[in-house]
Design a protein around this ligand. Structure first.
Ligand SMILES: NC(=O)c1ccc[n+]([C@@H]2O[C@H](COP(=O)([O-])OP(=O)(O)OC[C@H]3O[C@@H](n4cnc5c(N)ncnc54)[C@H](O)[C@@H]3O)[C@@H](O)[C@H]2O)c1
Length: 363
């Protein structure tokens, strides 16, 4: 595909105006490089609410209505419920729009192939946005690892405690499609939030050759189980091993402006370690990044550690890319398939009693 960068502001549409719009919109506000021309959502209430941000934009109940209107659109911010990702993206690429899709890409490899084929067939770009790799403490962690100050890396550890109290409100309608996902074996912790965690591993340490997993479940209300406790371990092609553990703390209050995820990332090298102490929620009240080496602990006090900033920066990256920046997309559709394979390998391993699975062998 030959992509022609835009020499004028990008004409953009938001498709899906729910909870996460509040953060994805940050790249678009006060940005002269983009013009938001359309807002799409079947909910009249959502359209009216978001119109206040973009009084000049036209509103539509569906992408098909927008396409039929003849309004010129270059790129869409696709913020749809996960069960609609595959068909929705294929439809929008078919209208000739570039697509910046919220993660996870889709539930299975067949859908992913269908989406990539639609991008090819229509000569349009599919990006699967990953905001965590734009979170400044994690970017700084990567820089510390690459600087060599920790020595050769020997291990990577992520921890996530999902708490049930605190944070912002999530609409009941979001839970409906999340429950649908859980019933399909694509739980909110391992698959939805997990997409971010697995992405950071691929981003930091490259391709993965083996995954071992033990996906658990806990009934939180009668008939509804979430996918914790879970432990996933893996080995990168470089030999670096990683582990991610997910624990549920249903009654724990976590102060958060967003979701109640208490998260940490730790890279251990031969000479020291570096740890990101929090991300989505305001868990540990220490500087968001600490680096220990040679008997000294250094703390970063001035990083932009508001989780929302990672959405802004991911979106700005996309809009700059459309305007001709030659930085990597983070992620292209093809790269996102590697993250999907990683997740699917974890499920296959868990279903087989925790044996090692090479993500490349997932059919
Ligand atoms: N990056 C992150 O950390 C993060 C966090 C939360 C959600 N997400 C992802 O963002 C996406 C949306 O999640 P959300 O929490 O905003 O969900 P949500 O349920 O709050 O919003 C989805 C919106 O899509 C609308 N919608 C439904 N069908 C539609 C259609 N055919 N066309 C247009 N709009 C339609 C709904 O009316 C709703 O307003 C999901 O992929 C989710 O996984 C990512």
């Amino acid at each position: 595909m030959t992509f022609m960068a835009y020499e004028r502001p990008v004409r953009a549409a938001f498709v899906g105006l729910g909870r996460i719009y509040d953060l994805n919109v940050r790249a678009y506000l006060n940005n002269p490089e983009v013009e938001v021309v359309a807002l799409v959502d079947p909910s009249e209430e959502r359209r009216a609410q978001r119109q206040a941000d973009w009084p000049q934009a036209r509103t539509f109940a569906s992408a098909a209505e927008l396409a039929a209107s003849g309004l010129g659109v270059d790129a869409v911010e696709a913020l749809l419920p996960i069960p609609l990702h595959a068909d929705g993206v294929v439809e929008m690429l078919g209208y000739g729009w570039h697509v910046n899709l919220q993660k996870p890409m889709c539930n299975d490899l067949a859908s992913a192939r269908h989406m990539l084929a639609a991008a090819d067939a229509n000569g349009r770009v599919l990006r699967v946005m990953e905001n965590y790799v734009f979170y400044e403490p994690l970017r700084k962690l990567k820089a510390v690892v690459e600087s060599g100050e920790l020595g050769d890396v020997s291990g990577y550890h992520m921890k996530m405690v999902a708490s049930g109290r605190g944070g912002w409100d999530v609409p009941a309608s979001s839970y409906e499609w999340q429950f649908q996902q859980m019933r399909r074996g694509r739980g909110v912790l391992v698959f939805d939030d997990g997409w971010h965690k697995l992405s950071t591993a691929v981003w930091l340490f490259g391709p993965i050759r083996e995954v071992r997993a033990w996906v658990g479940h806990t009934e939180v209300v009668p008939g509804i189980a979430v996918d914790a406790p879970t432990t996933i371990a893996w080995e990168h092609d470089t030999g670096v091993r990683g582990v991610w553990d997910i624990t549920l703390a249903v009654d724990m209050y976590l102060r958060s402006d967003y979701y109640t995820n208490d998260e940490r990332w730790e890279v251990t090298g031969r000479r020291g370690y570096a740890r990101v102490n929090r991300c989505t929620g305001r868990g540990i009240q220490q500087p968001s990044l600490e680096v220990y080496a040679d008997g000294e602990l250094r703390a970063y006090h001035a990083l932009d550690d508001d989780w929302a900033s990672s959405f802004r920066d991911s979106g700005l990256h996309w809009l700059r890319w459309l305007r001709g920046s030659d930085e990597p997309l983070l992620w292209s559709g093809e790269e996102a398939v590697n993250v999907l394979r990683f997740a699917l390998a974890a499920y296959t391993s868990s279903e087989s009693g925790g044996v090692g699975i090479d993500p490349a062998t997932i059919a």
